[in-house]
Design a binder for this molecule. Sequence first.
Ligand SMILES: *[C@@H]1O[C@H](CO)[C@@H](O)[C@H](O)[C@H]1NC(C)=O
Ligand SMILES: *[C@@H]1O[C@H](CO)[C@@H](O)[C@H](O)[C@H]1NC(C)=O
Ligand SMILES: *[C@@H]1O[C@H](CO)[C@@H](O)[C@H](O)[C@H]1NC(C)=O
Ligand SMILES: *[C@@H]1O[C@H](CO)[C@@H](O)[C@H](O)[C@H]1NC(C)=O
Ligand SMILES: *[C@@H]1O[C@H](CO)[C@@H](O)[C@H](O)[C@H]1NC(C)=O
Ligand SMILES: *[C@@H]1O[C@H](CO)[C@@H](O)[C@H](O)[C@H]1NC(C)=O
Ligand SMILES: *[C@@H]1O[C@H](CO)[C@@H](O)[C@H](O)[C@H]1NC(C)=O
Ligand SMILES: *[C@@H]1O[C@H](CO)[C@@H](O)[C@H](O)[C@H]1NC(C)=O
Ligand SMILES: *[C@@H]1O[C@H](CO)[C@@H](O)[C@H](O)[C@H]1NC(C)=O
Ligand SMILES: *[C@@H]1O[C@H](CO)[C@@H](O)[C@H](O)[C@H]1NC(C)=O
Length: 578
Amino acid sequence: MVVVILLLLFWAQAVIAQLSLPSPPFLPPRASSGAQPSAQDSIPNPQWSTLLGNLLYFYEAQRSGRLPGTKRVSWRNDSAVNDGSDVGLDLSGGYYDAGDYIKATFPLSFTIMSICWGATDFGGGYDLANQTAYLDDMLRWGLDWLIKAHPSPRTLYVLVSESSVDNAYWGGDLNIPQDRTSYQINDTSPGTDAAASASTAFAACSNLYANRSLGPSFSTPASLQNSTYADILLNHAQDLYSFAVNASGGKQTYQTAVPQAGAAYGSSSYGDELAMAALLLAWATNSSDYYSQAETYHAQYSLGVKNVVFNWDSKAPGLTVLFAQLANAGASFAGNLSYWQEEAERYFDRVLSGGDPSFKTQGGLLWYPGDSNSASLNPALNAAMLLTRYARIATTQEKRRSYLDFARSQLDYALGNNPMSAPYVVGSNPNSPANPHSAMASGGNDINNIDTSPPQEAYVLYGAVVGGPDVQDRFYDIRSDWPETEVALDYNAPMLTLAAMQVLNNTSDPFFTRLQDGAFAAQKPSGKPCDAAFPCKGGSGLSRGATVALGVILPIVGVAIIAGTWYCYRLRRHRYRY
Ligand SMILES: *[C@@H]1O[C@H](CO)[C@@H](O)[C@H](O)[C@H]1NC(C)=O
Ligand SMILES: *[C@@H]1O[C@H](CO)[C@@H](O)[C@H](O)[C@H]1NC(C)=O
Ligand SMILES: *[C@@H]1O[C@H](CO)[C@@H](O)[C@H](O)[C@H]1NC(C)=O
Ligand SMILES: *[C@@H]1O[C@H](CO)[C@@H](O)[C@H](O)[C@H]1NC(C)=O
Ligand SMILES: *[C@@H]1O[C@H](CO)[C@@H](O)[C@H](O)[C@H]1NC(C)=O
Ligand SMILES: *[C@@H]1O[C@H](CO)[C@@H](O)[C@H](O)[C@H]1NC(C)=O
Ligand SMILES: *[C@@H]1O[C@H](CO)[C@@H](O)[C@H](O)[C@H]1NC(C)=O
Ligand SMILES: *[C@@H]1O[C@H](CO)[C@@H](O)[C@H](O)[C@H]1NC(C)=O
Ligand SMILES: *[C@@H]1O[C@H](CO)[C@@H](O)[C@H](O)[C@H]1NC(C)=O
Ligand SMILES: *[C@@H]1O[C@H](CO)[C@@H](O)[C@H](O)[C@H]1NC(C)=O
């Protein structure tokens, strides 16, 4: 009896620990519904709301650990429930990183930071779409795991199961190999970038849960406020920042301490993470001390205007935007708004004008040689997300308009306005990719015949943004072609914020409702791509990406070596390789 009462109390506790989920639950509609234009223009537009819901649903499919009774993805099972047992801890839960089964803290931290920052600035979109309870659920599944991965102030688990082991397995979630090693950084073997990046996730989400908005230039934070949780998150953020700054082992990239982490997500530097953590903490605590540290790191690590991408390894462009937002919000500690607007606009003007090094493909996709050679949509969507956010505080109407136009062109491209007529979100339209590189969704377990076994992908991985097309705008939709078809936690993040922005502001449908069944089939190239998964020999008809790849094989001139090193470095991004 006592046990029953205790269990009931425990259950009640578990239920009130977060917003209650809608009943009946939101489930992604069939892909065919994405080919039906809405009957009338409205805000929220139902198609954008559904897209937002689908994008969040993807994260539910990526869950690791024991799944709750509220599980919506019927084909997922409990998995990797013993994670952490090798180190005497419970590290079960959290999210699988991509098409594989590793749990990688560094890109997860970036993903969560990006989503929380977006949900703070454009939270009204989640509210209007009735997705805020799912947002809360999604964030807590990640944050609660990050809390477990941070068992003491100067210990952070950065990887569970490594790529070299994981890449040997292709199959469902019931037979994941049990030899999953947990890797940590600590005071004597630190990882400045990983600790600071986890700090950014906690700080950004503390801001969201505490309702610390960036003022009337933006929407209100999504309505999931919980000050208890916000405080817990802030404590972790501060401890991790101290760990990053003051570890007795000094400052170093985390793969120096944990070489296994370098295989999938080697980090190029830690200055950007330090600055981003300090800046988010300044916002969270209203502290000029943290702010001046952010400024110091910004100068010390030369994080000023360069035409680089915004992603899990490269935070500088987002940092500039956040500096400008804080100044715009009139934060008492913040610096000179004009200065940060100038910085941000010099960056964005370079992105828009192209050249050195970015350009637009013929079909109109923003392309960064090297970075875009695998997961090409990611640099473009992150740029679109930052542009749409910054446009609200641009110095002139003209800049505002050009930033929004450019961002819209990238979003439209990703959602089907491209030479393939393919919206690159699984299950959103009949022309969406049918073969995402995802071991769990594939239904196959024959690692030598990923593409044909089974012939049709077993489960529709609704809401997953795939890597994206090649530099000639071609998309082959081949399951083993991870540069184009893999899914990943961080691929969805910018699209999620963009969708929230559209729910708030766009009465008309996403581009894909105009695409009728068969449009992609009519454009789809035959043959094989030419990329890191399908290396091609011979000199003719090479894509730009392959040309750079050749630089690795034939490092004749210095330039080729530099390009090749960069490309190799990007290669580590993927989790699966033959
Ligand atoms: C707020 O979050 C805390 C920590 O997760 C949880 O214990 C509590 O139940 C939450 N409160 C509400 C009202 O949701
Ligand atoms: C959100 O919920 C409200 C109240 O139940 C409902 O009127 C509205 O249609 C819902 N909106 C969406 C986009 O589901
Ligand atoms: C989950 O388990 C069921 C059998 O109960 C199986 O059919 C399904 O494929 C499993 N899901 C995955 C992702 O392996
Ligand atoms: C600290 O981390 C390093 C690198 O992961 C590891 O080799 C070492 O055992 C850890 N130290 C402790 C005390 O756990
Ligand atoms: C959060 O802040 C917004 C203003 O940005 C306000 O309208 C809203 O009521 C606040 N919500 C809570 C729960 O305090
Ligand atoms: C780092 O250590 C110094 C010296 O003890 C201290 O003054 C400073 O506050 C610490 N920094 C952080 C971020 O904890
Ligand atoms: C932030 O700190 C400044 C200076 O100490 C103070 O004037 C201001 O009211 C504080 N703002 C908030 C939101 O607490
Ligand atoms: C603010 O920045 C602008 C642009 O860099 C500069 O012209 C101006 O002098 C600065 N103002 C102050 C008070 O520092
Ligand atoms: C969104 O719509 C509102 C109301 O129509 C408008 O004031 C605002 O400028 C729009 N924002 C953007 C970024 O388009
Ligand atoms: C609404 O979305 C469509 C499709 O993405 C786009 O073409 C249109 O410009 C958007 N409208 C606004 C006001 O953002």
